[in-house]
Each structure stands twice: as C-alpha cells, then as structure tokens.
Design a protein around this ligand. Structure first.
Ligand code: F6R
Ligand code: MG
Ligand code: MG
Length: 364
C-alpha cells in the first residue's frame, strides 16, 4: 500500500512567552483534524508539540504537495491561532506569513516534511522535531546516520545498506539543489553540509533501491518573510530498520549536543538538547535549543504509537553535557561565537548604531 506521511508544523503562539504550547491549542488541532480522518481524507494523525511549535503528523494517500492536505493544515493553524489570540498567548499566528491559502502551504511560513512510499511489512518511522533552531540543524545528525560508519555500523556490516545513501542538499539562499553520493563524495558534500546556515540536507535516498530514507523541512522563515519572524524550528522524518538505519543508529547522533544556531532571539549558538516531549519547554535564556523524537510503526497507514524516543535515561548524559555546554557558551555573553556573526543574527541594532556613530569613525 502506498502511503504519504506529511509532517507540517507552525508556531501559532507561545505559552509562556516562547517556552511552550498551551493545551487548548493542541486540543483545537485535534478537533480540526478529526473530521478529515472520519471522512477518509486522512488515514490517521497525531498532534504534538516541541516547545512552542505545533506539529501535525498525518498519514494519507493523496501524495506529496496535495492541496487538500496542505489546506487542512493551514486551516488548522488558522483555527489554533484564533485560540491563541483569545488566550492572548505570545506571538499568536507568528508563523502564518500569508493572509490566505493559495494551493500549497510551502512558502507561507509553516515547515513541511513529506514523503510517499510503499509501506513495508514493518514500517518503522522516526519523527524528529526541534525548537529554537534552524533547518541546518539536521545536517550533522543526517550525515552521521547515513554516511558515518562510526555512528551507523549497518553501513559496514549490513549487506542491504553497504552501497550507501545519496543526499539532496539545498542552497536555501539561492534556491538551488545538488545530489551527492555517499560514501564516494563525502569530502565534497561536507564543505556544504558543514555550513548549515546556508546549505541544508533536504532528503536522503537509499542508493540501491532509490527508496526515500529521510526528508526534512528546509525553509528559512526569515528569507521567506525578508525580516525576522522567529526561527524555523525544523522537523525531519526518517524511515528505520531493514535497509535503513536502525532506531538506535538514528538516535545515536543526538548523544552529542551539537552547537546549533538559534536560542535567545534566534541570535546565538547553543547546544541541541535531546528531551522527552514533556521536557521540551526551553526556558533558560529561551533555550537551550531542544530536539524531541516520536517513533511509530505504521499499520496500513495507521500510526501505531507514538513512543517518546528520548524519554530514556540513556540520554541523561547528553542532557547533562548540553547543560554544561550551555553554561560555557553563556559566559561569553554578547560575544561571538556564542552570539552569531553580524549577518546571522535575527535581531540587530547595528544599522541604527552605525548610522548614529558614522561621523565618529575616522581613518587610522
Ligand atoms: C527564539 C525565540 C525567543 C524570542 C525572544 C524575544 O527563537 O523565539 O528567544 O526571540 O523571547 O521574543 P519577542 O521579540 O517575541 O518578545
Ligand atoms: Mg515562538
Ligand atoms: Mg519555536
């Protein structure tokens, strides 16, 4: 059976500040999606959150980029925004950048990760969600999962993974894409993936079968809006087991709390802390950035789950390390590399300050 998995997300209002989501917003989303499961447009859905981001995980048979599915998500975010406004939550509707829906939700603010595939005998699906960071945050973990034999032993010893994976990399500024084959082209690929503010891994395919293995949301909100409107807070879907990395090979990269862009005012580097959903309430200096993970088995498109994958003491050490890195980075205060370089900051006073001090700069 061919199934499409669509994960569409938006920040429609924070509670309290940008730290978390209000339960009434989540229950409104449930209420909005239920009729579409009853009438068959959706096979199933799961509403969840990561920090202040509302995530709609949906299965159906309409394919990717389907207008009705995208409109359903858009209408749900609009309804949830109304709840956020009624409760006077912070930044109500902040990610809805367009006034009206027009065919696709892409480019309208919400993040989208969709994949269509033939459901396997056992279809294990991992959904990763992040808050207080941007889409390039998946570059390092996706590289480790699908190209690094020190992370994924399956690349070395599993015959059905041994031929490697291909990576579709997007230049989010120039709107160009390129496909690299791993392992042969990893040195070329890493010059791009290692610069996640501009290049983002969008999709990964199994090279032998060309089956989709992973897909992420790669939009840059600030580039769409032309101004600061909040961080992308991206999502990523990964198929697991068999010819794809095992669950433990997908989660392993998150034992190292990598430094990502985001955190306070979207203008800092900070460690990405893996947490259970109930712990995804970034409050310390509005962070540190979080990643949550829900796992499912698909049964004829029905979502059997979720299991909260980082709700495991085995990730305590990564959380502790993230706390330590957060302390260390915070001690830099307004200095780089804690603060992002001038061109990367989402908030800045530089143009105004520069203009005011123009006359005081003299040659030396
Ligand atoms: C970062 C984030 C927060 C806000 C900060 C100021 O992605 O969402 O750190 O940037 O709380 O928020 P405003 O400008 O809405 O008061
Ligand atoms: Mg927010
Ligand atoms: Mg957010």
């Amino acid at each position: 059976m061919r199934v499409t998995l669509s994960v569409i997300k938006a920040d429609v209002g924070g509670y309290v500040g940008h730290s978390s989501s209000h339960p009434e917003v989540l229950s409104k989303a449930e209420e909005c999606l239920k009729p579409s499961r009853d009438n068959g447009l959706l096979i199933d859905f799961c509403v969840t959150r990561c920090g202040d981001d509302l995530e709609l995980i949906m299965t159906h048979q309409q394919g990717e980029d389907d207008e009705r599915i995208h409109k359903l998500a858009w209408d749900t975010f609009v309804e949830c925004t109304a709840v956020a406004k009624r409760l006077k939550l912070h930044g109500a509707g902040q990610d809805l950048l367009a006034d009206a829906f027009s065919g696709t939700i892409k480019g309208m603010g919400p993040g989208v990760a969709e994949m269509q595939f033939e459901e396997r005998e056992a279809e294990t699906i991992i959904v990763l969600m992040a808050d207080k960071t941007s889409s390039g945050a998946w570059n390092l973990p996706l590289y480790k999962m699908f190209a690094d034999p020190f992370n994924t032993i399956g690349l070395v010893i599993a015959p059905n993974m041994h031929s490697g994976f291909s990576f579709e990399v997007h230049d989010v500024k120039e709107h160009k894409k390129i496909v690299f084959s791993a392992p042969e082209e990893i040195y070329d690929m890493l010059i791009f993936l290692g610069s996640p503010s501009r290049y983002a891994a969008k999709a990964v395919h199994h090279r032998e079968t060309n089956e989709i293995a992973a897909v992420s949301s790669t939009q840059r909100l600030s580039l769409i809006a032309g101004r600061y409107v909040g961080k992308d807070d991206p999502v990523c879907v990964v198929r697991s087991q068999g010819q794809f990395p095992a669950v433990g090979e997908i989660l392993e990269p998150f034992t190292m709390p990598q430094l990502v862009e985001g955190w306070m005012r979207g203008s800092h580097h900070g460690p990405l802390m893996p947490v259970a959903t109930h712990q995804s309430n970034p409050s310390r200096f509005d962070g540190p950035p979080r990643v949550t993970c829900l796992g499912f088995q698909l049964n004829e498109g029905k979502l059997v789950g979720p299991r909260d994958m980082f709700d495991d003491p085995a990730f305590d050490e990564a959380r502790r390390m993230a706390g330590e890195v957060a302390d260390y980075m915070r001690r830099h205060g307004p200095f780089e590399p804690h603060r992002l370089p001038l061109e990367g900051m989402e908030y800045t006073t530089m143009p105004g300050v520069m203009k005011r001090l123009e006359g005081r700069f003299i040659d030396f």
